[in-house]
Design a protein around this ligand. Structure first.
Ligand code: AR6
Length: 177
């Protein structure tokens, strides 16, 4: 059996050295707090300029939850930033939409030629998803994409705190192999 491409670590997403880094954005693509704020702060104005161009051209109404778009990495050490938007948590019925963030982000990264990618725990901050459900959605969405996409050899989940990493690892342990 091949070894798992999943890596779990505690850290800051902006310091990852993977081909792609995923941003937990909002539909406006104009920046915000949390991961989004950190990525735009460290990545510099080129990222916002590209996001504005995406809004002007392909997504004038904003990026809907569950979808993903790419920009360059600006001053970050990645080649691409994949911006995705989690649904705001109300109840678990939007689980598939949250999983879709991972699925679509991975397929887009693979299409661009990325071999490695770092994800934050999309939806688990300002958008209010409980860590266990957010972790489950991450694992399900990413696993589904890896069944479909070739070329990605490392999928890194970067959790902000030890407690989140513990929850994530326990959900990963429950995942069907
Ligand atoms: N590196 C890794 N993880 C982080 C970092 C970081 N630098 N900063 C926060 N986290 P959030 P969301 C964790 O709120 O829930 C923004 O305003 C955080 O602890 O960034 O999808 C956007 O513009 C949590 O576990 O994303 C949207 O309006 C996880 O990353 C909204 O927040 C996600 O937290 C999106 O909310």
């Amino acid at each position: 059996m091949e070894s798992s491409p999943f890596v779990v670590e505690v850290g800051d997403i902006v310091h990852q050295r993977t081909d792609a880094i995923v941003n937990a954005a909002n539909s406006s693509l104009m920046g915000g707090g949390g991961v989004d704020g950190a990525i735009h702060r460290h990545g510099g104005p080129a990222i916002l300029a590209e996001c504005m161009e995406i809004r002007r051209t392909t997504h004038p109404e904003g990026l809907p939850p569950g979808q993903a778009v790419a920009t360059s990495g600006g001053n970050l050490s990645c080649r691409w930033i994949i911006h995705t938007v989690g649904p705001v948590f109300r109840d678990p019925s939007q689980f598939d939409l949250l999983a879709s963030c991972y699925h679509r982000s991975l397929l887009l990264a693979a299409d661009l030629g990325a071999r490695s990618i770092s994800f934050p725990l999309v939806g688990a901050g300002v958008y209010g998803w409980p860590a266990d459900l957010a972790s489950r959605a991450a694992i399900d969405g990413a696993a589904r994409a890896l069944d479909e996409a070739a070329g990605l050899s490392e999928v890194r989940f970067v959790l902000y705190r030890d407690e989140l990493a513990e929850v994530f690892r326990s959900e990963l342990g429950r995942a069907p192999s």
